[in-house]
Design a protein around this ligand. Structure first.
Ligand code: ADP
Length: 250
């Protein structure tokens, strides 16, 4: 994993704009996320969460603005960025004719992971996928497909992990497991950005909160700061509604 100095921002987004035809998906978004942190990127449907994550991974080009991941400029060093990040989309595209284990082998060869056999086996056990090791992707349930994508993401020890709505297809045991592994990764120095509209589900693992709406960043800071600023004793959901309501009034 790429070593980052402590107190370093693993993710920096400055005035990010993305225009699709006549749709302004990102209207000048700025935020940062310190290394070794689990951050939540929250907001209603259409807020710009997926657009922001895809731009941070170098999958789409920004219309303007600056995006840095693990100290690398996504626009000028896209290949290096791809080497140090993992992206788990909400509906992961798998190779339908490859087995679960063949997916891990493919990722290992793409990222030159030498000791993948042991780590791959451990990940399958951890994710309760042992019995599906030789199953084709086309034979897996939605939750299992997500778990395969998660195993692939973890296999190459990325410095920065992006999860787009990762909890939606998972059962409660898998959700608990995923949350635990995200925290473990962060404790070992990785940075995790999770997008979700299910606020309560990220409440207990995220130290940092970024709230988007209509392509704008309404709040970026620690969860404690969000609570202090917007809700006396409420849940993250209360904070979220307070932030977005304020924007309506303004
Ligand atoms: P979120 O992930 O918060 O639900 P998105 O980033 O997916 O939001 O979408 C933000 C806005 O950009 C929406 O209005 C959406 O319809 C639009 N959008 C996203 N992707 C595309 C695309 N490929 N082409 C055109 N419009 C898009």
């Amino acid at each position: 994993m790429t070593e980052l100095p402590t107190n370093h921002n693993a993710i920096e987004v400055v005035d990010f704009r993305k225009v699709y035809g006549s749709t302004l998906a990102a209207a000048g978004i700025s935020f940062s996320l310190p290394a070794g942190t689990v951050g939540a990127l929250v907001g209603p449907n259409g807020a710009g969460k997926t657009t922001t994550i895809r731009a941070l991974c170098g999958i789409i080009r920004p219309t303007s603005g600056m995006l840095r991941v693990a100290g690398l400029d996504v626009q000028t060093e896209p290949l290096k960025v791809k080497q140090v990040v993992a992206y788990v989309p909400d509906d992961p595209p798998l190779f339908e004719t490859l087995t679960v284990w063949e997916h891990l082998r493919f990722i290992a060869s793409a990222y030159e992971v030498e000791d993948y056999q042991q780590r791959g086996a451990e990940l399958l056990t951890q994710l309760n996928l042992d019995s599906k090791r030789n199953a084709l992707a086309s034979e897996l349930s939605r939750g299992m497909r997500q778990k395969v994508a998660i195993a692939c993401a973890y296999l190459h020890n990325p410095a920065v992990l992006f999860f787009d709505e990762p909890l939606s297809g998972l059962d409660p045991a898998a959700i608990r497991l995923l949350k635990r592994t995200m925290v473990e990764r962060a404790e070992r120095g990785a940075t995790v950005l999770v997008s979700s509209h299910l606020l309560a589900l990220v409440e207990d693992i995220c130290r940092h909160l970024i709230v988007l709406r209509h392509g704008k960043c309404l709040f970026s800071g620690t969860v404690e700061l969000a609570r202090e600023s917007y809700a006396e004793s409420g849940s993250l959901e209360d904070v979220f509604f307070r932030v977005t309501e304020e924007e309506d009034v303004g």
